[in-house]
Design a protein around this ligand. Sequence first.
Ligand SMILES: [Zn+2]
Length: 123
Amino acid sequence: MGRKTIGRIERWTISLKPEIDQLLEKVAKERGLNKTDLVESIIIEWAYNHGYNKIIHFNFRDNSITVWDYLLNETVDLHYDSVKKTLICSRCRTTYCGHVSAAIKIPEVRQKLKKGQIVVEDL
Ligand SMILES: [Zn+2]
């Protein structure tokens, strides 16, 4: 289930209360991610929301937006679900993550939001 890692990675061990571990396990299972990918997604979301990550490049296509994630050093695809009118992040497998929240700050995406062509889930 985990993705192939390109480049150098840092490994470290953390200690969590069982309740937190179980919560991560539950959410990871719901999203179809492993816990490492979920934790990375959570950290990326935090980074975007606190100015530690930025979108320096994006491509806007009919049904997807490809963003360059500066921290991950890779592209991330956000697919537009025309039925639900939501953006789904292919990496985080959710409609709300750092990539989606960063994408909705892009003027072209904001316009679609204003017109109701895209609906973004609130937390
Ligand atoms: Zn994401």
